[in-house]
Write a protein that binds this ligand. Structure first.
Ligand code: GLV
Length: 328
């Protein structure tokens, strides 16, 4: 009798580059819905599984791990951020957790810049203006924005993605400041023409503030009313990290009252942004639906990495990309 394949639950259909590997190696139960499986469905589906391949939309805490039981050997997240997973709990149980770092760095940095430029040069407002039939003539003061070249960019969180954004800023002759008490001088930090400063200096001096931190207890609402009050009145905030790093109520008031000029968000708190959120009434806000890593190539690579982490864990091998290596 051939050995039965390991049982896994995959919480959404991921690109085939990874899914095909999972299907070949595993007895895979794949959630077919467009929306995430509801919490009670996850609890049901994980019973007795060997591995879980989940998304950033799936909270995975002690309850899910208990429901899976002692057979659970690996949790593989289809994302670089792992704030949806209770890491200390997984570590306590000796379960390795995988993520997908590196492959989405440049794609996400591209998108952070796309948002920066869209908000600053009022691209989305311009599109709405044209479609509403309001474009009557070329206007000397129509939809004026700010210059990007030569401006000061403040990067909060100078890890892989923050540094990739700094590289792009070089092409625009920007002055780059960064604040990062977490990573400090990791590989590559010194190689870039960027200056490490404290958060207050960054907020006070930057024309653009772009957020690139993971979501942790230390970064929750890091950009709140106090931080926004320190920014320049013509400053623009960009968040492609995690929604809760920015306090949405404080941001609404800052945008509404002209405390800062504009913002562009790829991530919100909560996600999706509620249809009746007052944020959606603001013209000086661009919002995208958490798509910074959404290029075909990158999502394919993320799927492959997530599958490789899952399969390594099922084989009892070290995960190629493990966020809690202390389990080994
Ligand atoms: C996306 O937000 C990710 O963490 O990969």
């Amino acid at each position: 009798m051939p050995k039965p394949k390991p049982k896994v639950f995959v919480t959404r259909i991921i690109p085939d580059r990874g899914l095909s590997l999972v299907k070949d190696f595993c007895d895979a139960d794949i959630w077919p819905g467009e929306l995430p499986p509801p919490g009670e469905v996850i609890l049901e589906k994980v019973r007795g599984i060997d591995g879980l391949l989940c998304l950033l939309t799936d909270p995975v805490g002690a309850e899910v791990m208990d429901a899976a039981g002692p057979s659970l050997k690996v949790i593989s997240n289809f994302a670089v951020g792992v704030d949806n997973i209770d890491l200390p709990e997984a570590t306590r149980r000796g379960i390795p957790v995988g993520n997908t770092p590196g492959v989405l760095t440049e794609t996400t940095a591209d998108f952070a810049f796309a948002l920066l430029m869209a908000a600053t040069r009022r691209v989305v407002e311009g599109d709405r203006f044209v479609r509403a039939g309001k474009w009557k003539t070329w206007g000397p003061t129509l939809l004026l924005g700010q210059d990007i070249f030569g401006a000061t960019l403040g990067i909060v969180g100078f890890g892989r993605i923050g540094r990739a954004v700094a590289k792009r800023a070089g092409g625009f002759d920007m002055r780059v400041l960064y604040y990062d008490p977490w990573v400090t001088d990791g590989p590559g930090a010194g190689a870039l023409p960027a200056q490490s400063v404290d958060l207050d200096t960054l907020l006070r001096e930057s024309d653009f503030v772009s957020v690139h931190t993971p979501l942790t207890d230390q970064t929750y609402h890091l950009i709140g009313a106090d931080a926004l009050a320190k920014m320049k009145p013509d400053a623009i905030l960009i968040n492609t990290a995690r929604g809760p790093v920015v306090d949405p109520d404080a941001l609404y008031h800052a945008l509404k009252n002209g405390q800062i000029a504009a913002a562009a968000l790829d991530v919100t708190e909560p996600e999706p942004v509620p249809a009746d959120s007052p944020l959606l009434e603001l013209d000086n806000l661009v919002i995208a639906p958490h798509i910074a890593s959404a290029s075909r190539a990158t999502r394919g690579k993320m799927a492959q990495m997530a599958a490789e982490n899952l399969i390594a864990g099922l084989k009892g091998e070290r995960l190629p990309y493990c966020v809690n290596p202390e389990v080994y």
